[in-house]
Design a protein around this ligand. Structure first.
Ligand code: FAD
Ligand code: NAI
Length: 466
């Protein structure tokens, strides 16, 4: 009999965990994955990336038609109305299709799905739904959940003070939505409900939206969102939220101190960040501690300090992104199998799926300057022929390169299809491209991607169309 029930047991079936499990099984390892949710796919597929993108897509269609945005193209529509229930049903269909797809992939690859909450008994055994399961290797991929705001009680069932999960499932369009936190979730879900008819106020503690992104991008994004009708209160902190009947009163004051004011809201979305999930995991049983941010530290191979225990995804340091979790899932399985699994954390693209989209990869200008001399090339979407043809003038592409070697250090884009364009930049950077390499690569015309070529040409000071 084998010493352990499994070679690999993954805890959590989000993009990190399910990918790790499938890859481990593909590599011939006997694999199980414990998941406490009713469906596989984690935050991303159930209450994150996928339902939010489904609603962003649907609400964009609604706004285009309902607000007469297509009229300038000669497409005149009258009498458009919203069937929110149908929109939500479509979103749920998409989620069910994808989560069901993971269950199919588990069966196909012979990954056992252990249904229930897993808790360590020791470094090679966990308890899941009252049963003890042993494994030679255990991968922690338990993800993250919303960071609570002290004094603000989230209750998704009431639909008044909600987190992202509640905001993906509102029964009606709020008259006024107050978003606490001008980060990725606040702007994406704020966009959904603004397009569907809500007035949206974003309260952000810092002086700019979207912390972590390039400063030019943050400034330009704020201008664009204001133009779209968002009321943006930066440098403002929320000191309390009181619910009375079906309304909430949000009390805010300047972050640096000053007079308080109140804002009435039908829905308050709390989106001030996410924290790693480690409660109830029994880390104390294996002598594993979390760092000051609640994350599990690992080495370059995703091994924790406890032999046989590994960790990936939102529960470890780094950006909380599905594709980062997935890549770590593949790498950890390969490392467990004795291969060399590597993730280049310097080249992880990030995308905000608003309109226009906002995307970045590598260093911001400020970060790059701290490391040495740089050259920067910028090209406005207004001068890109495809963006012009589509009447999508907002945004730009910015390429940051090392002044001496010309190696590309960062690319930042605001454009309707920035999320697609950034893949090219990430690939170029992964291959160690110089800005000249991008500038002298033939790009199809007319495409938004030509703006990246022109921004790379601008690094040398010679774009053609500007
Ligand atoms: P998770 O997806 O959080 O999965 C962890 C799983 O582990 C969960 O299903 C949980 O139930 C399970 N679990 C936890 N503890 C236990 C336990 N003890 N036993 C058993 N099971 C357990 N990222 C992007 O890249 N693009 C996007 O567009 C995007 N949109 C997002 C939109 C929203 C609204 C949110 C909230 C997040 C979004 N993200 C997006 C972030 C993305 O969802 C996460 O980065 C990603 O899901 C992390 O994957 P993970 O596998 O580490 O964890
Ligand atoms: P975030 O970190 O993107 O933004 C949180 C914002 O809240 C920050 O701007 C922060 O300054 C602000 N904030 C913090 N405390 C505050 C307070 N007390 N009052 C007012 N503002 C406050 O976090 P968010 O939007 O909750 O998203 C969580 C994670 O989910 C992100 O790290 C992101 O990586 C991931 N995500 C990714 C998406 C994507 O890739 N498109 C979409 C949605 C989420």
């Amino acid at each position: 009999m084998a010493e352990f029930d499994y070679d690999v047991l993954v805890i959590g079936a989000g993009p990190g965990g399910y990918v790790a499990a499938i890859r481990a099984a593909q590599l011939g390892l006997r694999t199980a994955c414990a998941e406490s949710r009713e469906t596989l796919g984690g935050t991303c597929l159930n209450v994150g990336c996928i339902p939010s993108k489904a609603l962003l897509h649907a609400s964009e269609k609604f706004e285009e038609v309902h607000d007469g945005m297509l009229a300038k193209y000669g497409v005149k529509v009258s009498g458009a109305s919203l069937d929110l229930k149908a929109m939500m049903t479509e979103k749920e269909k998409v989620v069910a299709g994808l989560t069901g797809g993971i269950a199919f992939l588990f069966k196909k690859n012979k990954v056992d799905w252990l249904k229930g909450l897993a808790s360590f008994k020791d470094a090679h055994s966990v308890e899941v739904a009252g049963k003890t399961v042993t494994a030679k290797n255990i991968v922690i991929a338990t993800g993250s959940s919303v960071t609570p705001l002290p004094g603000v009680e989230i209750d998704n069932s009431k639909g008044i003070v909600v987190d992202s999960t509640g905001a993906l499932d509102l029964a009606k369009v709020p008259g006024h939505m107050v978003v606490i936190g001008g980060g990725v979730i606040g702007l994406e879900l704020g966009s959904v409900w603004r397009r569907l008819g809500a007035k949206v106020t974003v309260v952000e503690y810092l002086d700019q939206l979207l912390p972590g992104m390039d400063d030019d991008v943050r400034k330009e994004a704020a201008k664009i969102f204001k133009k779209q009708g968002f009321d943006i209160k930066t440098g403002t902190k929320v000191t309390g939220v009181a619910v009375k009947g079906k309304k909430a009163t949000v009390t805010v004051e300047p972050a640096k101190g000053g007079d308080a004011e109140t804002i009435e809201a039908d829905v308050v979305l709390v989106s001030i960040g996410r924290k790693p999930n480690t409660d109830g995991l029994g880390l104390d049983k294996i002598g594993l501690e979390t760092n000051e941010r609640g994350q599990i530290e690992t080495d370059h191979d995703f091994a924790t300090k406890v032999p046989g225990v590994w960790a990936i995804g939102d529960v470890v340091p780094g950006p909380m992104l599905a594709h980062k979790a997935e890549d770590e899932g593949i790498a950890v399985a390969e490392n467990i199998a004795g291969l060399t699994g590597i993730v280049n954390h310097d080249v992880i693209p990030g995308v905000v799926y608003t309109f226009p989209e906002i995307a970045g990869v590598g260093l911001t200008e400020a970060q790059a300057k701290e490391k040495g001399e740089i050259k920067v090339g910028k090209f406005p979407m207004m001068a890109n022929s495809r963006a012009k043809a589509n009447d999508e003038p907002d945004g730009f592409v910015k390429v940051i390169a090392d002044a001496e070697t010309d190696r590309v250090l960062g690319v930042h884009i605001i454009a309707s299809v920035a999320g697609t364009m950034i893949a090219q930049a990430a690939q170029a950077m992964e291959f160690g491209a110089s800005s000249e390499d991008i500038a002298y690569t033939c790009h199809a015309h007319p495409t938004h991607s030509e703006a990246l070529k022109e921004a790379a040409m601008a690094v040398q000071g010679k774009p053609i169309h500007m």
